[in-house]
Write a protein that binds this ligand. Structure first.
Ligand code: FAD
Length: 528
Protein backbone atom coordinates (compact mmCIF):
# COMPACT_ATOMS: atom_id res chain seq x y z
CA UNK A 1 0.00 0.00 0.00
CA UNK A 2 1.38 3.44 -0.95
CA UNK A 3 1.74 6.59 1.18
CA UNK A 4 -1.44 8.56 1.87
CA UNK A 5 -2.18 11.31 -0.65
CA UNK A 6 -5.58 12.59 0.36
CA UNK A 7 -7.56 15.67 1.35
CA UNK A 8 -5.94 15.52 4.83
CA UNK A 9 -2.37 15.69 3.48
CA UNK A 10 -3.46 18.54 1.23
CA UNK A 11 -4.94 20.56 4.09
CA UNK A 12 -1.88 20.02 6.28
CA UNK A 13 0.47 20.93 3.42
CA UNK A 14 -1.38 24.22 2.80
CA UNK A 15 -1.14 25.07 6.49
CA UNK A 16 2.59 24.31 6.49
CA UNK A 17 3.30 26.37 3.36
CA UNK A 18 1.26 29.32 4.67
CA UNK A 19 2.84 29.18 8.14
CA UNK A 20 6.50 28.39 7.50
CA UNK A 21 8.82 30.87 5.78
CA UNK A 22 10.15 28.12 3.48
CA UNK A 23 11.72 29.01 0.15
CA UNK A 24 11.14 26.60 -2.76
CA UNK A 25 13.62 26.11 -5.61
CA UNK A 26 10.71 25.88 -8.01
CA UNK A 27 6.99 26.65 -8.07
CA UNK A 28 4.93 25.14 -10.92
CA UNK A 29 1.56 26.57 -11.87
CA UNK A 30 -0.65 23.96 -13.60
CA UNK A 31 -1.23 20.32 -12.68
CA UNK A 32 -1.82 18.88 -16.14
CA UNK A 33 0.55 16.25 -17.48
CA UNK A 34 3.22 18.87 -18.29
CA UNK A 35 3.26 20.47 -14.83
CA UNK A 36 3.07 17.12 -13.03
CA UNK A 37 5.95 15.72 -15.12
CA UNK A 38 8.10 18.79 -14.42
CA UNK A 39 7.39 18.46 -10.68
CA UNK A 40 8.38 14.78 -10.85
CA UNK A 41 11.58 15.44 -12.80
CA UNK A 42 12.66 18.30 -10.49
CA UNK A 43 11.81 16.40 -7.28
CA UNK A 44 13.78 13.37 -8.50
CA UNK A 45 16.79 15.66 -9.03
CA UNK A 46 16.52 16.84 -5.43
CA UNK A 47 14.89 20.24 -5.97
CA UNK A 48 12.35 21.55 -3.48
CA UNK A 49 9.11 21.87 -5.46
CA UNK A 50 5.66 23.36 -4.98
CA UNK A 51 2.93 22.72 -7.59
CA UNK A 52 -0.47 24.41 -7.59
CA UNK A 53 -3.41 23.38 -9.76
CA UNK A 54 -6.57 25.45 -9.65
CA UNK A 55 -8.83 22.44 -10.18
CA UNK A 56 -8.09 18.69 -10.11
CA UNK A 57 -4.89 17.15 -11.53
CA UNK A 58 -5.49 16.62 -15.29
CA UNK A 59 -8.85 18.40 -15.18
CA UNK A 60 -7.73 20.69 -18.04
CA UNK A 61 -6.59 19.25 -21.36
CA UNK A 62 -4.83 16.28 -19.81
CA UNK A 63 -8.02 14.26 -19.24
CA UNK A 64 -9.61 15.31 -22.52
CA UNK A 65 -7.21 13.93 -25.09
CA UNK A 66 -7.84 11.04 -27.50
CA UNK A 67 -5.85 8.95 -24.97
CA UNK A 68 -3.33 7.92 -27.62
CA UNK A 69 0.35 7.62 -26.90
CA UNK A 70 1.39 7.90 -30.50
CA UNK A 71 3.87 9.25 -32.97
CA UNK A 72 1.04 10.74 -35.02
CA UNK A 73 0.92 9.08 -38.45
CA UNK A 74 -0.85 12.11 -39.88
CA UNK A 75 1.95 14.52 -38.89
CA UNK A 76 4.00 12.84 -41.63
CA UNK A 77 1.86 14.74 -44.14
CA UNK A 78 3.10 18.03 -42.59
CA UNK A 79 6.72 16.72 -42.73
CA UNK A 80 6.96 16.91 -38.90
CA UNK A 81 9.50 14.07 -38.87
CA UNK A 82 11.30 15.34 -35.76
CA UNK A 83 8.05 15.32 -33.79
CA UNK A 84 7.17 11.80 -34.97
CA UNK A 85 10.64 10.49 -34.06
CA UNK A 86 10.50 12.11 -30.61
CA UNK A 87 6.95 10.90 -29.94
CA UNK A 88 7.58 7.30 -31.04
CA UNK A 89 10.74 7.23 -28.87
CA UNK A 90 8.66 8.35 -25.87
CA UNK A 91 5.92 5.85 -26.82
CA UNK A 92 8.43 2.98 -26.59
CA UNK A 93 9.72 4.33 -23.28
CA UNK A 94 6.22 4.54 -21.79
CA UNK A 95 5.36 1.00 -22.92
CA UNK A 96 8.36 -0.07 -20.84
CA UNK A 97 8.17 2.29 -17.85
CA UNK A 98 4.39 2.41 -17.39
CA UNK A 99 3.01 -0.87 -18.80
CA UNK A 100 -0.05 -0.67 -16.53
CA UNK A 101 -0.93 2.77 -17.93
CA UNK A 102 0.27 2.70 -21.54
CA UNK A 103 -0.45 -0.33 -23.72
CA UNK A 104 0.01 -1.09 -27.43
CA UNK A 105 -3.13 -0.52 -29.51
CA UNK A 106 -3.66 -2.11 -32.93
CA UNK A 107 -4.73 0.30 -35.70
CA UNK A 108 -6.19 -0.17 -39.15
CA UNK A 109 -5.91 2.59 -41.74
CA UNK A 110 -8.32 1.61 -44.53
CA UNK A 111 -8.07 2.84 -48.14
CA UNK A 112 -11.04 3.14 -50.54
CA UNK A 113 -11.29 3.59 -54.29
CA UNK A 114 -11.86 7.32 -53.80
CA UNK A 115 -9.48 7.83 -50.83
CA UNK A 116 -7.14 10.83 -51.00
CA UNK A 117 -4.33 8.51 -49.83
CA UNK A 118 -4.14 5.28 -51.91
CA UNK A 119 -3.06 2.02 -50.29
CA UNK A 120 0.46 2.09 -51.79
CA UNK A 121 1.07 5.59 -50.42
CA UNK A 122 -0.22 4.59 -46.98
CA UNK A 123 2.16 1.65 -47.03
CA UNK A 124 5.10 3.99 -47.85
CA UNK A 125 4.00 6.30 -45.02
CA UNK A 126 3.90 3.42 -42.55
CA UNK A 127 7.38 2.28 -43.59
CA UNK A 128 8.56 5.78 -42.74
CA UNK A 129 6.57 5.68 -39.47
CA UNK A 130 8.16 2.39 -38.40
CA UNK A 131 11.60 3.67 -39.43
CA UNK A 132 11.21 6.96 -37.49
CA UNK A 133 10.24 4.79 -34.49
CA UNK A 134 13.56 2.93 -35.02
CA UNK A 135 11.35 -0.19 -35.37
CA UNK A 136 10.53 -0.08 -31.61
CA UNK A 137 7.04 -1.51 -32.07
CA UNK A 138 5.43 -4.87 -31.14
CA UNK A 139 5.55 -5.81 -34.83
CA UNK A 140 6.06 -3.99 -38.11
CA UNK A 141 3.04 -2.65 -40.00
CA UNK A 142 1.28 -5.01 -42.44
CA UNK A 143 -0.71 -4.53 -45.61
CA UNK A 144 -4.14 -6.23 -45.64
CA UNK A 145 -6.04 -6.62 -48.87
CA UNK A 146 -9.81 -6.17 -48.97
CA UNK A 147 -10.82 -9.71 -47.85
CA UNK A 148 -8.45 -9.76 -44.86
CA UNK A 149 -9.53 -6.25 -43.84
CA UNK A 150 -13.17 -7.31 -43.79
CA UNK A 151 -12.33 -10.48 -41.88
CA UNK A 152 -10.62 -8.35 -39.23
CA UNK A 153 -13.34 -5.68 -39.11
CA UNK A 154 -16.56 -7.13 -40.57
CA UNK A 155 -18.63 -4.01 -39.87
CA UNK A 156 -16.36 -1.72 -41.89
CA UNK A 157 -17.86 -0.28 -45.09
CA UNK A 158 -17.09 -2.79 -47.86
CA UNK A 159 -18.16 -0.61 -50.79
CA UNK A 160 -15.03 0.58 -52.65
CA UNK A 161 -12.66 -0.86 -50.03
CA UNK A 162 -9.20 -1.66 -51.43
CA UNK A 163 -7.50 -2.79 -48.23
CA UNK A 164 -5.94 -1.41 -45.08
CA UNK A 165 -2.64 -0.97 -43.30
CA UNK A 166 -2.33 -2.58 -39.87
CA UNK A 167 0.06 -0.84 -37.45
CA UNK A 168 0.69 -0.24 -33.74
CA UNK A 169 0.40 2.84 -31.57
CA UNK A 170 -0.36 3.23 -27.85
CA UNK A 171 -3.35 3.88 -25.61
CA UNK A 172 -3.41 5.31 -22.12
CA UNK A 173 -5.63 6.66 -19.38
CA UNK A 174 -4.56 10.30 -19.66
CA UNK A 175 -5.90 11.38 -16.26
CA UNK A 176 -4.23 8.49 -14.44
CA UNK A 177 -0.98 9.00 -16.36
CA UNK A 178 -0.95 12.59 -15.06
CA UNK A 179 -1.83 11.40 -11.56
CA UNK A 180 0.99 8.83 -11.59
CA UNK A 181 3.44 11.67 -12.32
CA UNK A 182 1.92 13.76 -9.52
CA UNK A 183 2.10 10.87 -7.03
CA UNK A 184 5.74 10.14 -7.86
CA UNK A 185 6.57 13.84 -7.41
CA UNK A 186 4.76 13.82 -4.05
CA UNK A 187 6.61 10.68 -2.96
CA UNK A 188 9.89 12.48 -3.71
CA UNK A 189 9.06 15.46 -1.56
CA UNK A 190 7.20 17.82 -3.93
CA UNK A 191 4.30 19.69 -2.33
CA UNK A 192 1.41 19.02 -4.74
CA UNK A 193 -1.67 21.19 -4.15
CA UNK A 194 -4.77 20.66 -6.30
CA UNK A 195 -7.61 23.19 -6.04
CA UNK A 196 -5.19 26.00 -5.28
CA UNK A 197 -5.09 28.89 -7.80
CA UNK A 198 -2.11 31.06 -8.54
CA UNK A 199 -3.41 34.65 -8.45
CA UNK A 200 -0.34 36.90 -8.87
CA UNK A 201 3.40 37.23 -8.32
CA UNK A 202 5.81 39.86 -7.06
CA UNK A 203 8.90 39.37 -9.20
CA UNK A 204 12.13 40.09 -7.33
CA UNK A 205 14.87 41.43 -9.62
CA UNK A 206 17.54 40.51 -7.05
CA UNK A 207 16.97 36.74 -7.43
CA UNK A 208 19.86 36.09 -9.88
CA UNK A 209 22.42 37.99 -7.80
CA UNK A 210 21.37 37.38 -4.19
CA UNK A 211 21.41 33.83 -2.88
CA UNK A 212 18.63 34.50 -0.35
CA UNK A 213 16.25 36.44 -2.65
CA UNK A 214 13.00 34.92 -3.97
CA UNK A 215 9.78 35.80 -5.76
CA UNK A 216 6.59 36.05 -3.73
CA UNK A 217 3.65 34.09 -5.13
CA UNK A 218 0.03 34.56 -4.14
CA UNK A 219 -2.45 31.70 -4.05
CA UNK A 220 -6.06 31.00 -3.20
CA UNK A 221 -7.25 27.73 -1.66
CA UNK A 222 -10.36 27.06 -3.75
CA UNK A 223 -11.81 24.72 -1.13
CA UNK A 224 -10.96 26.55 2.11
CA UNK A 225 -11.38 30.01 0.52
CA UNK A 226 -8.16 31.25 2.11
CA UNK A 227 -5.40 33.32 0.45
CA UNK A 228 -1.75 32.54 1.21
CA UNK A 229 1.73 33.17 -0.20
CA UNK A 230 4.93 31.21 -0.79
CA UNK A 231 8.46 32.06 -1.84
CA UNK A 232 10.20 30.49 -4.83
CA UNK A 233 13.33 31.32 -6.83
CA UNK A 234 11.99 29.90 -10.09
CA UNK A 235 8.45 29.75 -11.45
CA UNK A 236 7.22 27.56 -14.32
CA UNK A 237 3.83 28.18 -15.90
CA UNK A 238 2.53 24.92 -17.41
CA UNK A 239 -0.97 26.20 -17.92
CA UNK A 240 -1.76 24.70 -21.35
CA UNK A 241 -4.60 26.59 -23.07
CA UNK A 242 -4.81 28.96 -20.07
CA UNK A 243 -1.35 30.34 -20.95
CA UNK A 244 -2.63 33.52 -22.64
CA UNK A 245 -4.79 34.26 -19.56
CA UNK A 246 -1.72 33.92 -17.35
CA UNK A 247 0.74 35.97 -19.48
CA UNK A 248 -0.13 39.36 -17.88
CA UNK A 249 0.95 37.98 -14.47
CA UNK A 250 4.39 37.01 -15.84
CA UNK A 251 7.43 39.14 -16.73
CA UNK A 252 7.18 37.89 -20.36
CA UNK A 253 6.76 40.61 -22.92
CA UNK A 254 4.62 38.44 -25.20
CA UNK A 255 0.88 38.92 -25.12
CA UNK A 256 -0.26 35.97 -27.24
CA UNK A 257 1.14 32.50 -27.41
CA UNK A 258 -1.75 30.16 -28.14
CA UNK A 259 -4.25 29.40 -30.90
CA UNK A 260 -6.25 26.65 -29.19
CA UNK A 261 -8.49 24.34 -31.16
CA UNK A 262 -11.40 22.45 -29.64
CA UNK A 263 -11.53 18.68 -29.97
CA UNK A 264 -14.61 16.71 -28.92
CA UNK A 265 -15.22 12.98 -28.56
CA UNK A 266 -18.27 10.78 -28.09
CA UNK A 267 -18.48 7.35 -26.42
CA UNK A 268 -20.89 4.60 -27.49
CA UNK A 269 -21.29 0.98 -26.28
CA UNK A 270 -19.12 -1.47 -28.22
CA UNK A 271 -22.27 -3.52 -28.81
CA UNK A 272 -23.51 -0.62 -31.01
CA UNK A 273 -20.17 -0.07 -32.77
CA UNK A 274 -17.92 -3.12 -32.42
CA UNK A 275 -14.30 -2.61 -33.51
CA UNK A 276 -11.28 -4.74 -32.60
CA UNK A 277 -8.82 -2.14 -33.87
CA UNK A 278 -8.63 1.61 -33.69
CA UNK A 279 -9.73 2.69 -37.16
CA UNK A 280 -8.40 5.75 -38.95
CA UNK A 281 -11.23 7.49 -40.81
CA UNK A 282 -11.31 10.52 -43.08
CA UNK A 283 -14.50 12.49 -42.64
CA UNK A 284 -16.77 12.21 -45.73
CA UNK A 285 -17.57 15.96 -45.57
CA UNK A 286 -14.19 17.65 -45.12
CA UNK A 287 -11.57 14.89 -45.41
CA UNK A 288 -10.28 15.44 -41.83
CA UNK A 289 -8.67 12.47 -40.09
CA UNK A 290 -10.46 11.05 -37.05
CA UNK A 291 -10.60 7.75 -35.18
CA UNK A 292 -12.83 5.10 -33.67
CA UNK A 293 -10.99 3.65 -30.69
CA UNK A 294 -11.96 0.50 -28.75
CA UNK A 295 -12.14 1.25 -24.99
CA UNK A 296 -13.09 -1.83 -22.93
CA UNK A 297 -16.82 -2.35 -23.50
CA UNK A 298 -17.14 1.02 -25.25
CA UNK A 299 -15.99 2.68 -28.49
CA UNK A 300 -14.68 6.25 -28.67
CA UNK A 301 -15.27 8.37 -31.78
CA UNK A 302 -13.23 11.55 -32.17
CA UNK A 303 -12.16 14.11 -32.64
CA UNK A 304 -13.25 17.42 -34.06
CA UNK A 305 -10.77 20.29 -34.59
CA UNK A 306 -12.13 23.84 -34.48
CA UNK A 307 -10.38 27.11 -33.58
CA UNK A 308 -11.91 28.24 -30.28
CA UNK A 309 -11.44 31.55 -28.50
CA UNK A 310 -13.71 30.75 -25.50
CA UNK A 311 -12.12 30.50 -22.06
CA UNK A 312 -10.83 26.94 -21.51
CA UNK A 313 -13.00 26.87 -18.36
CA UNK A 314 -16.12 26.70 -20.53
CA UNK A 315 -15.15 24.18 -23.19
CA UNK A 316 -17.75 21.46 -23.96
CA UNK A 317 -18.90 19.46 -26.98
CA UNK A 318 -21.71 20.94 -29.05
CA UNK A 319 -24.64 19.15 -30.63
CA UNK A 320 -23.19 19.96 -34.10
CA UNK A 321 -19.94 18.22 -33.17
CA UNK A 322 -21.85 15.16 -31.94
CA UNK A 323 -23.68 15.00 -35.31
CA UNK A 324 -20.39 15.45 -37.21
CA UNK A 325 -18.84 12.50 -35.34
CA UNK A 326 -21.94 10.33 -35.85
CA UNK A 327 -21.87 11.16 -39.58
CA UNK A 328 -18.30 9.85 -39.86
CA UNK A 329 -19.11 6.66 -37.99
CA UNK A 330 -22.28 5.99 -40.05
CA UNK A 331 -20.23 6.49 -43.23
CA UNK A 332 -17.55 3.98 -42.20
CA UNK A 333 -19.90 1.56 -40.41
CA UNK A 334 -23.15 1.65 -42.43
CA UNK A 335 -24.48 -1.47 -40.67
CA UNK A 336 -24.21 0.31 -37.29
CA UNK A 337 -26.41 3.36 -37.84
CA UNK A 338 -25.64 5.24 -34.62
CA UNK A 339 -27.90 8.02 -33.37
CA UNK A 340 -27.58 10.56 -30.56
CA UNK A 341 -29.55 8.16 -28.34
CA UNK A 342 -26.64 5.67 -28.49
CA UNK A 343 -24.12 8.16 -27.09
CA UNK A 344 -23.27 7.47 -23.44
CA UNK A 345 -20.88 10.37 -22.87
CA UNK A 346 -18.92 13.19 -24.48
CA UNK A 347 -15.85 15.16 -23.62
CA UNK A 348 -14.13 18.14 -25.13
CA UNK A 349 -10.77 19.83 -24.67
CA UNK A 350 -8.72 22.68 -26.07
CA UNK A 351 -5.49 21.67 -27.74
CA UNK A 352 -2.84 24.02 -26.34
CA UNK A 353 -1.47 24.78 -29.80
CA UNK A 354 1.00 27.51 -30.58
CA UNK A 355 -0.24 30.49 -32.57
CA UNK A 356 0.20 29.52 -36.26
CA UNK A 357 1.38 31.40 -39.30
CA UNK A 358 -1.54 33.56 -40.49
CA UNK A 359 -3.00 31.36 -43.23
CA UNK A 360 -2.65 27.91 -41.58
CA UNK A 361 -5.67 25.63 -41.20
CA UNK A 362 -6.47 23.93 -37.86
CA UNK A 363 -4.84 20.65 -38.89
CA UNK A 364 -1.65 22.42 -40.02
CA UNK A 365 -0.95 24.07 -36.66
CA UNK A 366 2.17 22.53 -35.15
CA UNK A 367 1.93 20.07 -32.24
CA UNK A 368 5.49 21.04 -31.19
CA UNK A 369 5.96 22.52 -27.75
CA UNK A 370 7.38 25.89 -26.86
CA UNK A 371 9.58 26.88 -23.91
CA UNK A 372 10.14 30.56 -23.22
CA UNK A 373 12.34 32.03 -20.48
CA UNK A 374 12.18 35.48 -18.99
CA UNK A 375 14.37 37.07 -16.30
CA UNK A 376 14.29 37.15 -13.32
CA UNK A 377 13.14 33.53 -13.04
CA UNK A 378 10.04 32.72 -15.07
CA UNK A 379 9.61 29.97 -17.65
CA UNK A 380 6.49 29.23 -19.64
CA UNK A 381 5.98 25.89 -21.38
CA UNK A 382 3.04 25.19 -23.67
CA UNK A 383 1.98 23.07 -26.61
CA UNK A 384 3.30 19.57 -27.21
CA UNK A 385 1.51 16.31 -26.59
CA UNK A 386 0.57 13.98 -23.80
CA UNK A 387 2.92 11.44 -25.43
CA UNK A 388 5.98 13.68 -25.07
CA UNK A 389 5.28 14.96 -21.53
CA UNK A 390 8.38 13.32 -20.00
CA UNK A 391 10.76 14.74 -22.57
CA UNK A 392 9.13 18.19 -22.36
CA UNK A 393 9.66 18.16 -18.59
CA UNK A 394 13.29 17.13 -18.99
CA UNK A 395 13.87 19.96 -21.48
CA UNK A 396 12.20 22.49 -19.16
CA UNK A 397 14.48 21.57 -16.25
CA UNK A 398 17.59 21.55 -18.48
CA UNK A 399 16.63 25.03 -19.66
CA UNK A 400 16.32 26.20 -16.04
CA UNK A 401 19.83 24.86 -15.32
CA UNK A 402 21.12 26.67 -18.39
CA UNK A 403 19.48 30.01 -17.54
CA UNK A 404 20.56 29.96 -13.88
CA UNK A 405 24.11 28.62 -14.29
CA UNK A 406 25.59 32.07 -13.48
CA UNK A 407 23.24 32.78 -10.55
CA UNK A 408 24.43 33.37 -7.00
CA UNK A 409 22.60 30.15 -6.05
CA UNK A 410 21.32 27.60 -8.51
CA UNK A 411 18.51 25.14 -7.65
CA UNK A 412 19.62 22.17 -5.58
CA UNK A 413 23.18 23.59 -5.91
CA UNK A 414 24.50 21.29 -8.62
CA UNK A 415 23.61 19.81 -11.99
CA UNK A 416 22.14 16.32 -11.90
CA UNK A 417 20.79 14.38 -14.90
CA UNK A 418 17.16 13.32 -15.19
CA UNK A 419 16.06 10.03 -13.66
CA UNK A 420 12.76 9.90 -15.53
CA UNK A 421 14.15 8.23 -18.66
CA UNK A 422 14.72 4.96 -16.82
CA UNK A 423 12.52 5.14 -13.70
CA UNK A 424 9.14 3.35 -13.90
CA UNK A 425 6.02 5.34 -13.10
CA UNK A 426 4.25 4.23 -9.92
CA UNK A 427 1.51 1.60 -10.13
CA UNK A 428 -1.83 3.00 -8.94
CA UNK A 429 -4.44 1.30 -6.75
CA UNK A 430 -5.87 -1.74 -8.56
CA UNK A 431 -9.41 -1.26 -9.83
CA UNK A 432 -11.96 -4.06 -9.73
CA UNK A 433 -9.58 -6.91 -8.98
CA UNK A 434 -11.15 -8.08 -5.72
CA UNK A 435 -14.05 -10.51 -5.57
CA UNK A 436 -16.19 -8.03 -3.61
CA UNK A 437 -19.48 -6.85 -5.11
CA UNK A 438 -19.09 -4.28 -7.87
CA UNK A 439 -20.77 -0.92 -8.12
CA UNK A 440 -22.29 -0.74 -11.59
CA UNK A 441 -22.75 -2.73 -14.78
CA UNK A 442 -20.11 -1.31 -17.13
CA UNK A 443 -16.40 -2.12 -17.05
CA UNK A 444 -15.86 1.50 -16.01
CA UNK A 445 -17.70 0.76 -12.77
CA UNK A 446 -16.15 -2.61 -11.97
CA UNK A 447 -15.14 -1.25 -8.58
CA UNK A 448 -15.95 -2.34 -5.08
CA UNK A 449 -16.59 0.18 -2.32
CA UNK A 450 -13.22 -0.82 -0.86
CA UNK A 451 -11.55 0.16 -4.16
CA UNK A 452 -13.26 3.55 -3.86
CA UNK A 453 -12.03 3.91 -0.27
CA UNK A 454 -8.46 3.20 -1.34
CA UNK A 455 -8.66 5.58 -4.31
CA UNK A 456 -9.84 8.35 -1.93
CA UNK A 457 -6.93 7.72 0.43
CA UNK A 458 -4.13 7.33 -2.10
CA UNK A 459 -5.17 9.40 -5.13
CA UNK A 460 -6.25 12.79 -3.76
CA UNK A 461 -9.98 12.69 -4.46
CA UNK A 462 -11.49 16.02 -3.40
CA UNK A 463 -14.85 16.03 -5.21
CA UNK A 464 -17.43 13.65 -6.64
CA UNK A 465 -16.36 14.77 -10.12
CA UNK A 466 -12.71 13.82 -9.38
CA UNK A 467 -13.80 10.28 -8.55
CA UNK A 468 -16.37 9.69 -11.29
CA UNK A 469 -14.60 11.47 -14.17
CA UNK A 470 -10.84 11.22 -13.60
CA UNK A 471 -10.09 8.43 -11.07
CA UNK A 472 -12.56 5.97 -12.61
CA UNK A 473 -14.46 5.73 -15.92
CA UNK A 474 -17.90 5.78 -14.31
CA UNK A 475 -18.88 9.08 -15.94
CA UNK A 476 -17.86 7.84 -19.41
CA UNK A 477 -19.12 4.27 -19.39
CA UNK A 478 -21.85 3.71 -16.85
CA UNK A 479 -25.54 4.11 -17.82
CA UNK A 480 -26.80 7.55 -16.66
CA UNK A 481 -23.11 8.50 -16.19
CA UNK A 482 -23.16 7.03 -12.69
CA UNK A 483 -25.98 9.29 -11.46
CA UNK A 484 -27.88 6.25 -10.17
CA UNK A 485 -24.81 4.98 -8.27
CA UNK A 486 -24.53 8.04 -6.06
CA UNK A 487 -26.54 6.71 -3.12
CA UNK A 488 -24.34 3.58 -3.02
CA UNK A 489 -21.23 5.79 -2.94
CA UNK A 490 -22.54 8.27 -0.40
CA UNK A 491 -21.58 6.55 2.92
CA UNK A 492 -18.01 5.79 1.82
CA UNK A 493 -17.37 9.22 0.32
CA UNK A 494 -18.87 11.09 3.30
CA UNK A 495 -16.74 9.04 5.67
CA UNK A 496 -13.50 9.26 3.68
CA UNK A 497 -13.77 12.91 2.68
CA UNK A 498 -15.41 14.21 5.85
CA UNK A 499 -18.57 15.46 4.10
CA UNK A 500 -21.76 16.22 6.03
CA UNK A 501 -25.26 16.11 4.49
CA UNK A 502 -25.02 19.70 3.23
CA UNK A 503 -21.64 19.07 1.58
CA UNK A 504 -23.00 15.89 -0.06
CA UNK A 505 -25.83 17.92 -1.59
CA UNK A 506 -23.30 20.52 -2.85
CA UNK A 507 -21.21 17.75 -4.43
CA UNK A 508 -24.28 16.27 -6.10
CA UNK A 509 -25.29 19.67 -7.45
CA UNK A 510 -21.76 20.26 -8.83
CA UNK A 511 -21.82 16.84 -10.56
CA UNK A 512 -25.28 17.63 -11.92
CA UNK A 513 -23.85 20.85 -13.40
CA UNK A 514 -21.00 18.82 -14.97
CA UNK A 515 -23.57 16.49 -16.55
CA UNK A 516 -25.60 19.45 -17.74
CA UNK A 517 -22.58 20.86 -19.60
CA UNK A 518 -21.13 17.63 -21.00
CA UNK A 519 -24.14 15.34 -21.48
CA UNK A 520 -27.56 16.94 -21.17
CA UNK A 521 -26.87 20.01 -23.34
CA UNK A 522 -24.85 18.47 -26.21
CA UNK A 523 -27.11 15.41 -26.35
CA UNK A 524 -30.37 17.31 -25.72
CA UNK A 525 -31.18 14.87 -22.93
CA UNK A 526 -32.79 15.09 -19.49
CA UNK A 527 -31.72 13.30 -16.34
CA UNK A 528 -34.14 10.55 -15.29
P1 FAD B 1 -3.40 21.12 -19.27
O1 FAD B 1 -3.67 19.68 -19.08
O2 FAD B 1 -4.47 21.95 -19.88
O3 FAD B 1 -2.98 21.71 -17.86
C1 FAD B 1 -2.94 23.08 -17.56
C2 FAD B 1 -3.46 23.22 -16.16
O4 FAD B 1 -3.22 24.56 -15.69
C3 FAD B 1 -4.97 23.01 -16.06
O5 FAD B 1 -5.25 21.84 -15.30
C4 FAD B 1 -5.49 24.29 -15.40
O6 FAD B 1 -6.52 24.06 -14.47
C5 FAD B 1 -4.22 24.82 -14.73
N1 FAD B 1 -4.27 26.26 -14.46
C6 FAD B 1 -4.63 27.24 -15.31
N2 FAD B 1 -4.57 28.43 -14.70
C7 FAD B 1 -4.15 28.20 -13.43
C8 FAD B 1 -3.93 29.04 -12.29
N3 FAD B 1 -4.12 30.36 -12.33
N4 FAD B 1 -3.53 28.46 -11.12
C9 FAD B 1 -3.36 27.11 -11.03
N5 FAD B 1 -3.57 26.29 -12.08
C10 FAD B 1 -3.95 26.81 -13.27
N6 FAD B 1 -1.80 14.29 -27.01
C11 FAD B 1 -1.36 13.03 -27.22
O7 FAD B 1 -0.20 12.75 -27.01
N7 FAD B 1 -2.20 12.06 -27.67
C12 FAD B 1 -3.49 12.30 -27.98
O8 FAD B 1 -4.23 11.39 -28.34
C13 FAD B 1 -3.97 13.61 -27.81
N8 FAD B 1 -5.24 13.90 -28.15
C14 FAD B 1 -5.72 15.13 -27.89
C15 FAD B 1 -7.06 15.38 -28.21
C16 FAD B 1 -7.62 16.59 -27.85
C17 FAD B 1 -9.05 16.86 -28.19
C18 FAD B 1 -6.86 17.55 -27.16
C19 FAD B 1 -7.50 18.80 -26.70
C20 FAD B 1 -5.51 17.33 -26.90
C21 FAD B 1 -4.93 16.13 -27.27
N9 FAD B 1 -3.58 15.84 -27.03
C22 FAD B 1 -3.09 14.59 -27.27
C23 FAD B 1 -2.69 16.86 -26.47
C24 FAD B 1 -2.53 16.70 -24.96
O9 FAD B 1 -3.74 16.34 -24.34
C25 FAD B 1 -2.03 18.02 -24.38
O10 FAD B 1 -0.87 18.41 -25.07
C26 FAD B 1 -1.65 17.90 -22.91
O11 FAD B 1 -2.67 17.29 -22.16
C27 FAD B 1 -1.38 19.30 -22.37
O12 FAD B 1 -1.09 19.20 -21.01
P2 FAD B 1 -0.74 20.50 -20.18
O13 FAD B 1 -0.37 20.04 -18.83
O14 FAD B 1 0.27 21.31 -20.92
O15 FAD B 1 -2.08 21.35 -20.17
Amino acid sequence: MRAAFSHRERREAIERVAREPRQFDLCIVGGGVTGAAIARDAALRGWSVLLVEKNDFASGTSSRSSKLVHGGVRYLENYEFGLVAEATRERARLWKLAPQLVTPLAFLFPAYRDSRLPLWLLECGLWLYDALAAFRTPSLHRLYLRARTLREEPKLRADGLKGAIFYWDGMTDDALLTLANAIDAHEHGAVMLPRVSFTRAEWNAAVPTEASAAHTLHFRDELGGRDFTAQARLVVFATGPWSDEILPATPLKRRKLMAPTRGSHIVVPATKLPAKHAIVMTHPKDGRVLFTIPWDDMTIIGTTDLFDSESPDRVAATNEEVQYLLDASRHYFPDCPLTTGDVVSTWSGLRPLLAPPQDASEAEVSREHHIEWSAPGCLIIAGGKLTTHREMAEQAIERLYEETSHWARIPANAYSPTATDTRPLPVLAPRGESSEPRLGVSKGARLSLNDVRRICREEMVLTLEDLLVRRTHIFYKEPQNGWTLLEQLRPVLCEELGWDAAEWERQKAAYRAYLEKNILKPLARTLA
